[in-house]
Each structure stands twice: as structure tokens, then as C-alpha cells.
Design a protein around this ligand. Structure first.
Ligand code: SF4
Length: 63
């Protein structure tokens, strides 16, 4: 099963990933960094696009 890893140290909290893929990404209120909505992930094209558009390049998809 695929896995999404967010490097929260690099994440700037810009919310690009949330806007592109709100089913998968959210902003953690405590840390103001990206987090996953669910661990039951389906890696769609939108997820790959969100990873590609992340300005900090901190979304990694492991397959
Ligand atoms: S797009 Fe990247 S830098 Fe922006 S909130 Fe998402 S993971 Fe963080």
C-alpha cells in the first residue's frame, strides 16, 4: 500500500496541498503544518499533483 510522508520540518503551512486535495491533506491547528486527513489513502493523480506543486517539495509518496 502506498504511503504519503510529509516532511513537517520543511512544510511552510502554505495550504497548497489542502486546496488541491482536501480529502487527503489538512493543516494541523497546533503545528500549522500539513497533516493527513486519513491513513486510509488512495493515491490519486490529485495527490501526485499536490506533491508536485508543494513549494517546499516536502510531500513524498512511497509506493
Ligand atoms: S503544499 Fe507543501 S509546504 Fe504547503 S502546506 Fe502542503 S506540505 Fe506544506
Amino acid at each position: 500500500m502506498a504511503e504519503i510522508i510529509i516532511d513537517t520540518y520543511q512544510c511552510s503551512g502554505c495550504e497548497t496541498c489542502v486546496e488541491m486535495c482536501p480529502d487527503i491533506f489538512r493543516i494541523d491547528e497546533a503545528t500549522e503544518k500539513a497533516a493527513l486527513v486519513t491513513t486510509a489513502l488512495e493515491i490519486t493523480d490529485a495527490v501526485y499533483q499536490a506533491a508536485a506543486f508543494c513549494p517546499e517539495k516536502c510531500i513524498e509518496i512511497l509506493e
